[in-house]
Structure formats: C-alpha cells, structure tokens
Ligand binder design. Structure first.
Ligand code: TYD
Length: 211
C-alpha cells in the first residue's frame, strides 16, 4: 500500500484556519479521498487531557518550558497513536496545527529558541507534513475576528506583541521551509480563501504526479 499524505494547517489565532481546514476536509471527502481529521493540542484521549491543562485560563503559573514540553508530549502521543499509522495505511491526514505552532509560539514568541525544534524532532519521529497551509492574516485583522467570536483561552489572552511575534515567526518559517509551506492569503470571504487552498492543492498534486 502506498504512503498517504500528511497536511497541516497553521495560522495565528483568528486566521480562520480551523474553519478552512474543516471545509477542505469535506471537499477531499467528496473527491473520494480516504481522510482522517485531527487537531492539536489534542486528537487522542491522552492528548486531550494535556490540552485542557495547557489551555486552562486558571493555570497562570505555568512555566514556558512546561508549556513547550506539554505541547510536545501531546504531539508525541498523537503522532504515534494516530498520524503515523494513518499515513502508513495510505490515508490523507489533516491536522489543525502541528510542530510549526510550537516553533512559532514557544520557540519564537515565548523566546525559548531552537530547543523547541529539537524537542519536537524527537516527538514527531520523523513525521513532517508534506504540505503546510499557512493562513496568512495580519495580526490586527486576526484580533478583530477573535473579538467578534468572543474567544479567550490562556493563549488568546496573551498581549498584542506576543501575537505579532507569532505572526512574524510564521513568515520566517514559510521562508525556511519553502518546499512544504503554502502561504494562503486569508483575507476575504470564507469561499474565496477556500478556493485558494483548493487551487494550491490541485497544483501541488499534479506536480507530484508528474515527478
Ligand atoms: P485552539 O483553541 O486549538 O486554537 P486555534 O483555533 O487557534 O488553533 O488553541 C490552541 C492554542 O494553543 C492556540 O492559541 C495556539 C496554541 N499552540 C501553541 O502555543 N503551541 C502549539 O504547539 C500548539 C499546537 C498550539
């Protein structure tokens, strides 16, 4: 059986990433692909328990390193229990956030640096996404959308500068990992953004099949 495909969706809070990821999954299903949806932090019972610790607004005393390790622990479980077996069975796995989130939020924005990438190299056992859709929306526009949705978990309560750093981190990751990052303009209507994602996916698939 041939190997499947691993696609991650990344973006700052309020970028519309989760909505786009769900609609894209529906589209792939209609196209007849065997898909599996998952999200981070979470996606397995153990990872969901870790998620509730991380995002609990009451856990104000959590150290930055604890946070980074919890994200990595949640991810390690998800990779070994869900992502790796599914890709090996030939499925298309769509993940709402993956390792790039840790590099952007914990590595750059929290300032923990390159150790975050190193820890995560161990956590993911070599499972890097084949495609990473980065939903590119300016931090100001992201804030407006979040405010309208009334969202505020522990990460979303962070200061404006924190989210600006996250955004800049993603832009540099898109440069560093040019081969797998696809930058999607996330401004405009839900339909317009979805169309951009589909078009890029189709283009990349036809390039893959030419190889
Ligand atoms: P979630 O409610 O899933 O937010 P979103 O819809 O924006 O994905 O909460 C996840 C939060 O955790 C989000 O603010 C990003 C943050 N995060 C990290 O800081 N590091 C990570 O490795 C991951 C996966 C998420």
């Amino acid at each position: 059986m041939s190997r499947g495909l691993f696609i991650s969706f990344e973006g700052a809070d309020g970028s519309g990433k989760s909505t786009q990821y769900r609609i894209f999954a529906e589209y792939l299903k209609q196209q007849g692909y065997d898909i599996l949806l998952t999200r981070e932090p979470g996606g397995t019972p153990i990872s969901e328990s870790i998620r509730s610790i991380i995002l609990d607004p009451g856990n104000k005393e959590m150290s930055d390193m604890t946070e980074a390790l919890l994200f990595a622990a949640s991810r390690a479980q998800l990779v070994s229990q869900v992502i790796k077996p599914a890709v090996e069975q030939g499925k298309i796995v769509l993940c709402d956030r993956f390792m790039d989130s840790s590099i952007a939020y914990q590595g750059y924005a929290r300032g923990l640096g390159d150790c975050v990438r190193v820890i995560n190299e161990y956590a993911v056992e070599g499972m890097q996404p084949d495609i990473t859709f980065f939903l590119d929306l300016s931090p100001e526009d992201g804030r407006k959308r979040n405010k309208a949705a009334g969202k505020a978990d522990r990460m979303e309560q962070e200061a404006i500068e924190f989210h600006d750093k996250v955004y800049r981190a993603y832009l540099s990751l898109a440069e560093i990992y040019k081969d797998r990052f696809v930058v999607i303009d996330a401004s405009g209507s839900v339909e317009e953004v979805q169309e951009r994602i589909r078009r890029s996916f189709i283009e990349r698939q036809s390039l893959r099949s030419e190889k």
